[in-house]
Design a binder for this molecule. Structure first.
Ligand code: SF4
Length: 406
């Protein structure tokens, strides 16, 4: 049954579509793709593992640095490209390992400078990544996908309509970033070796649901022997998997963003099924105990949905909820896709909401919706042809509703 959502004012609406159910255990980080022929996925190896692999092949240690650099600084897409490695070593590597980063299938440039990349994995799945340059601020950001589809079922999000297909491996996540870096050098003409400055894990998927692969990918992305991103410039966003937020606080050195989107459990339950497992109180308690480095804040993403969560009362409740948490709120007026039934609030209501949060001393920029003309804006990532309203049951995954999925 569709729950009614109460919002103050005469624009009150109820949810335009049935909420999806969680269809997997959100704490279980399941397997990603493994090469079927038993070879290792070389892009998923960290530096120490590359070092061990090189030693086991009887090669000298400097070859490990050379190989790691080819993989993660020069973005090689095949062992053949590694022209300064001896042919015999390249042959041994090709026998033992697969190097298969996702391939760029389509690039859609936006009139505002954004570029949406559709990437095809080795098993023929598609994910999307969005490049968002802000040259005035010296930022070139990539919005990165962490899964094919998503299990979290957020009602306003197009990715949710794909259901959960599978996790991306660490190598696939890295390959996504590397392919875009390489394209920006070779096609756009930006200076290398790493045109991208910032990464936000806000593309397709719930990053913390894929914790092991995310952690492994981050280790390499932050490695000085690899792309060497600054941890201050990498943000991981979550819909609210509380135990994994705690784990992220212990194990990941990156910035945290919370996709919040509501100020009452009633509304959040209806928009984001994860809230029925960990409600606002549990989520905000996890934020309060999250270990923040000096000067860092937690970013709260808040998609403003007309008549659902955008009232002045919501803004005041938001201020009360965030009390005591070093916070920044990104306000994102909903991008009407025509596929979810939600509406973008009037500009005056967006401004009223922003002003209330801002007057409480919380930075609350209204995010420009980039890439609208290419369906790359927030909540619009979903690959055509991979949609399904409800995901099919995954082997070994639980269906908390007990009704089965599909
Ligand atoms: S908003 Fe994020 S967590 Fe929710 S369904 Fe979409 S991709 Fe998944």
């Amino acid at each position: 049954m569709t729950p009614d959502v109460t919002a103050s004012g005469d624009r009150e609406r109820s949810l335009p579509r049935e909420p999806l159910e969680l269809t997997v255990d959100p704490e279980a980080s399941g397997p990603a793709l493994r090469p079927a022929d038993g070879r290792g996925d070389i892009l998923s190896l960290d530096f120490d593992e590359v070092d061990s692999a090189i030693a086991s092949l009887g090669e000298r240690p400097f070859r490990a640095r050379q190989l790691f650099s080819w993989l993660h600084k020069r973005y090689a897409a095949s062992v053949e490209e590694m022209s300064d490695l001896p042919r015999a070593l390249r042959e041994k590597l090709a026998e033992r390992f697969v190097l298969a980063p996702p391939e760029i299938d389509l690039v859609q440039p936006s009139s505002d400078g954004a570029r949406k990349y559709k990437l095809r994995t080795a098993d023929g799945r598609f994910v999307e990544a969005v490049y968002l340059p802000d040259e005035a601020a010296g930022r070139r950001t990539l919005c990165v996908s962490s899964q094919v589809g998503c299990a979290m079922g957020c009602t306003f999000c197009l990715t949710a309509t794909m259901g959960f297909v599978r996790h991306l491996s660490a190598g696939e996540i890295l390959g996504e970033v590397h392919r875009v870096n390489r394209d920006l050098i070779e096609t756009v003409g930006l200076a290398g070796p790493r045109p991208l400055t910032n990464l936000v894990f806000m593309g397709m998927g719930e990053p913390l649901h894929n914790f092991e692969n995310l952690k492994r990918a981050l280790q390499t992305l932050l490695s000085p022997a690899g792309p060497n991103f600054s941890s201050r410039h990498v943000t991981v966003s979550t819909s609210g998997l509380v135990p994994l937020i705690d784990r992220a606080g212990r194990e990941l050195d990156v910035k945290l963003a919370i996709s919040l989107n509501a100020t009452t459990d009633e509304t959040r339950d209806a928009l984001m099924p994860i809230n029925r497992k960990w409600n606002l109180e549990a989520l905000l308690a996890a934020c309060r105990r999250f270990p923040l480095k000096q000067g860092r804040r937690i970013t709260f993403e808040y998609v403003l949905l007309d008549g659902i969560n955008d009232s002045d009362e919501d803004a005041r409740r938001l201020v009360r909820l965030l009390k005591g948490i070093p916070s920044k709120v990104n306000l994102i007026p909903y991008n009407e896709s025509g596929q979810t039934g939600f509406r973008e609030p009037p500009a005056a209501q967006v401004e009223s909401f922003r002003a209330i949060v801002d007057q409480a001393g919380i930075t609350a920029p209204v995010r420009k919706n980039r890439g609208r003309d290419i369906s790359a804006a927030c909540g619009q990532l979903a690959v055509l042809g991979q949609h399904r309203r409800r995901p099919a049951a995954q082997p070994g995954l639980v269906t908390p509703s007990g009704t089965g999925a599909g």
